[in-house]
Design a protein around this ligand. Sequence first.
Ligand code: ZN
Length: 338
Amino acid sequence: MLQSSNSVLDSAKPSSELLADKIALEEHFVLAENIDASYAVRDLPPETRQRILDLGSGRIADMDRGGLDICILSLTAPGVQAIPQVKEAIAQARRTNNYLAENIAKNPKRLKGFATLPLQDPEAAAQELTRCVRDLGFCGALVNGFSQVGDGDSAFYYDLPQYRPFWATVQELDVPFYLHPRDPLPTRQQCYEGYRWLAGSPWGFAVETSIHALRLMASGLFDEYPKLKVILGHLGEGLSFGIWRADHRISRGSGAPRAKLPMSHYLRENFYVTTSGNFRTQALTNVILEIGADRVLYSVDYPYEDAVEAKEWFDHASISESDRLKIARANAQKLFHF
Ligand code: ZN
């Protein structure tokens, strides 16, 4: 059925022009002072290192080439989540957010921001998110997986009870929380032995992040805060493919989630997914069938991925024009009130 109420479809612009106005929301930067502290950046070729530092004309030129009207920027992984010293994590999150706000102010129509949050201290994270949304005009938060707190070998996931007041603030502010991957800690990588590279973006990112998302669902978090909106990258880190089986096995007695409803209910009602770094039509089709085109958002994963390659795939993928326009722009406009 035609969705004639969709504002993008009612626009006077032809679809080819609308597709050049994409909104992307998993696009990363790093501060020069921290570039060598980030394992994601350390070994990158010099051109990519330059791109991730650039919040000015070089980035805007790449956005133009990639058909990107607006990018919502975020600190690259693992960011402050990997700073076990709580005070330092809080200070660095604040510095990062101020730096991002200063750069957005130079290009406010093209650049927006996601807050960096020191989830080592849930109360400080809630305060920083509130400051970023209310004072700096940020669109929500992007958090790079679990946080290390005190001990470098610790991993705190956000289904834990101490995070419930933080989630209350997220719901109250009515902004999305982007759960971005990070590598598992070195002491928790036994299954990758001999294949250490699998622990990162080729496979481990999706394992780490999909389990974190399942923990949030199973914990009852979304029963307590039903309006929470969590975004996952990489077409949902594999969850749309595996969620039916998880529910099926739970319904046969394998497992006892604290949540009231099947996991797939929360995936459909509380999650959005982006196309970042997963430019595959078969996977996109699965996501659309499982959670619906209204919950899929365009993204690149710049500068780790190429905005032109992403555009060329997406603009010609075998999906309906209605879904293409929603994913490219209209869903993000609705979610972020642009
Ligand atoms: Zn990313």
